[in-house]
Every structure is written in C-alpha cells, then in structure tokens.
Design a protein around this ligand. Structure first.
Ligand SMILES: [Fe+2]
Length: 308
C-alpha cells in the first residue's frame, strides 16, 4: 500500500462562523494499467476525515484514452463515493484532455472533452458554466462560501514566457469574477499554480480569492523528506516551476504560500510522476508517499486579523 501523508494546513478567516474542513488532492494520473490502490487509499482518508468539501485540482487521468477503459469507470465510481461523503468539486488538468499521438515526451494533443466532463458533473457537485468553448465558472455557493473553478487551456499554462500576455488578455476578456462580495469566503480551484501573483500580477479574480488551490507541479519532483532542507528561502521551491524556472527560482511548487490576502495552496499530488513511465521514474512513483492536504479554515475575529 505504501506510505500516506495527509498534511494539515491551517487558515484563519473572519468570513466563516464555524470551522471548515476541506480535503484537497490532485494529480491522480490514472493510466490504463494503473494500480488503483492509491486512489482507494485516498477515498478511505476522505471517509475517515469526513470533510465539509473535497476539492480535486485536476490531472485525474494521465491520458484522455483512459476515459473509455475499466479504470475510467473506476474513476467515476470513486468520485461518486466521494460525493456521498461531501460535495466534491473537480477542476480539469492538462492530462485529463491529453491524447498521446507519438512516442516522444512532447507528443501530445490537447482538446477539452465536454462528454467526459458531463460524466464527472453527473456524479459530483461540479457544475460549470460554459464560456465560449471552455467550461469554467461558478460551481458552489452558500451563505458563506463561493467556489469558482478555472480550467485554463494548456496553451495558457505559459511554460513559454510569451503565453503570459495571451493568458491575461484571455481572462480579462472573459471577465471572470466571484459573484459574491468580500463578506463571502472565496475559493478558486484550478490545476496549474502558474497564475500565482509573482507570475501574473493583474488577474482580478486572484485578488478576490481567499484561497487558491492547485496541483500540477508534483512538488517539483522533490520527495517530502528533502523539501524542508530545500526550502531555505521560504518559497516552496522544487526542481522546476510552473513558469519553467529551475531550482531556487522555481517557486510555487508545493505547500501553502501566503501573499497579500490570498493563500496559494499547491498540492504535491497523489502520484509524483505519470504512472506509465518506466524504469527509475516508475520506481520513484512507488517509493514516494501518497500526499494530500487537509485544509482547516478557522473562524477569526476581524480585529485579530488586522493586528496580525
Ligand atoms: Fe498537470
């Protein structure tokens, strides 16, 4: 079964009246031949914790072809089981809509598949509004909390520098906002942390969010027992960052990074590397523990927040 790490992250907010527990996981990377044990282990953890919400930050599948296989059915079954415990909200990752078109590392084609998303919507609390051809929008609203999912297309992940401007123009045109005012606790769910404030300055929805949950980085491929040693500059760095920087310039790779009034949470992921990889990388996947976050939001008096 392997090791399991469920790390607690504490956040304080005057916007909620009682403690809120959010289970946050990402990057299952289920392949056609993947052993599903790790994913069932995550489900058992959700059943043990009984959170108020579960947020899954994308890359559930390693390859879009998995949708029509036995493991694709198991994925839907697991999401259904999760929804029986708590509202479960899913964002799309690049791999969920990726088709392998060759043997090379970069031989992928990306397209958003509405049919797969519709199946996920049927079994979870994800309800997305369609903007143009991309599904994203408000998904959850009650009298204290609003959750929005963003699914930027892969060309906007700006692993290339020139994609950054396109991304800003794309989202400014979309004019994506939280519907509620500052009295609500705002959660933004997405896959790539590439929208973090040091990387993108002018995205209004980021300023409106209290927490932003993401994945995609696989903790910068750094094992959990090495991360505290690497993190000497408190930037949560890894080997490679969402904007393609390396080592100490590779920020936002894992953990909670607080900036102004927003907490960015970058999930290390259930798998560290795609399951269909071979050799050393596949072995690394077996050795590294299953990781997810249990985010506790505690109510806090306004006055206390101001004096912090
Ligand atoms: Fe990803």
């Amino acid at each position: 079964m392997g090791l399991y790490l469920s790390k607690k992250i504490k956040i304080y907010s005057p916007k909620i009246s009682s403690k809120l527990v959010i289970y946050h996981d990402s990057d299952w990377h289920v392949g056609v031949n993947s052993d599903m044990k790790r994913m069932y282990q995550v489900q058992e953890e959700v059943e043990r914790i009984q959170p108020d919400f579960r947020l899954i930050s994308g890359d559930i599948l390693d390859d879009a072809e998995v949708r029509n296989t036995k493991n694709g059915k198991e994925v839907l079954n697991l999401l259904k089981r999760s929804e029986e415990i708590c509202p479960t909200i899913v964002s799309m990752g690049n791999h969920d809509n990726a088709h392998k078109v060759g043997q090379g590392e970069l031989d992928w084609e990306y397209s958003f598949d509405p049919d797969w998303y519709r199946k996920i919507e049927e079994v979870t609390s994800s309800h997305l509004i369609k903007y143009n051809e991309i599904y994203e929008g408000n998904v959850w609203l009650d009298d204290q909390i609003e959750i929005v999912v963003m699914n930027p297309p892969y060309e906007h992940y700006f692993e290339k520098e020139e994609a950054k401007q396109d991304f800003l123009e794309y989202y400014q045109k979309k004019n994506l906002h939280f519907q509620t005012g500052k009295d609500h606790f705002h959660i933004l769910v997405l896959h790539t942390p590439a929208v973090a404030p040091e990387l993108v300055q002018d995205l209004p929805i980021l300023k409106e969010a209290d927490i932003v949950t993401s994945g995609h980085m696989h903790a910068g491929i750094v094992p959990p027992y090495v991360r505290p040693l690497m993190n000497v500059f408190k930037n949560h760095w890894g080997l490679r960052s969402p904007n393609n920087q390396l080592l100490w310039n590779a920020k936002y790779c894992w953990g909670k990074i607080s900036k102004d009034d927003t907490d960015f949470i970058v999930n290390p992921g259930v798998t560290k590397i795609g399951p269909e990889k071979t050799g050393v990388l596949q072995q690394l996947n077996k050795v590294l523990p299953n990781e997810s976050y249990c985010i506790e939001v505690h109510p806090e008096e306004k006055q206390k927040v101001l004096s912090r």
